[in-house]
Design a protein around this ligand. Sequence first.
Ligand SMILES: Cc1cc2nc3c(=O)[nH]c(=O)nc-3n(C[C@H](O)[C@H](O)[C@H](O)COP(=O)(O)O)c2cc1C
Length: 230
Amino acid sequence: MKVLILNGSPKCEKSDTLHMSKAFAEGIRSVTSGDVRVIHTAEKRISYCNGCFICKKTGACVIDDDMTKILDAIRESDVVILSFPLYCHSMPAALKVVVERTMPLTAERIEKNGEGDYHHKEREETKDLRFVSICGSGYPHSRADFELIEKTVRRTFRGCDTVINVEESPLFNIKDAEPLTDTRLELLEKAGAEYAEAGTVSDDTYKQLAIPMIPEEIYMKFANGEKPGR
Ligand SMILES: Cc1cc2nc3c(=O)[nH]c(=O)nc-3n(C[C@H](O)[C@H](O)[C@H](O)COP(=O)(O)O)c2cc1C
């Protein structure tokens, strides 16, 4: 299985969220052969979509920039992991510009799906392509904060049926938190292996991923620079 991680964090290799996405990809790799590629979107030179819709007819974008290679990388993949932190209840601009420039991946024809939502029809070349969304966040207990972005990714990418949201993600870059974060990374690896085997993450693993790594009150003290005992 060819996995592409589209990293939307401007922190690139230092991204908290990327720890999780790499663990998930490692889980996929433990079950299937194939490679994992990471693209740091913030390092790329990508213009805004100009809204011309020419790509809907031709399948190609009129703008010649780094997005051409990203579109090729997406087309060559079996699974694309959208890896990003929650920014203002949405995704960072570095990834948003990439998402908007994926317009050439779908055709001009508009269709209605079983839930009554409209979308542009898939092209033959990407009809089997699947998307996974892995989002980290800085606030504790952010379940409600993830609602908007979860809807966005599910509705933007028809193949995006696996959405993993993990709050308290700054812990992934804190050495003293490793006993906690290592356990969470093992769980993400398990989720990746389940996804590779069954095409989906089990309800039990989703439930465990939704439990905060440390209680809200302790995380708040840590985030506000207070000693947990006070
Ligand atoms: C501009 C900006 C906006 C943010 N907005 C949110 C937010 O709406 N909700 C939240 O829980 N965290 C928010 N955060 C915190 C990040 O999601 C958090 O620090 C995350 O761990 C960063 O992940 P990364 O290292 O993968 O970039 C924001 C951070 C920045 C810099």
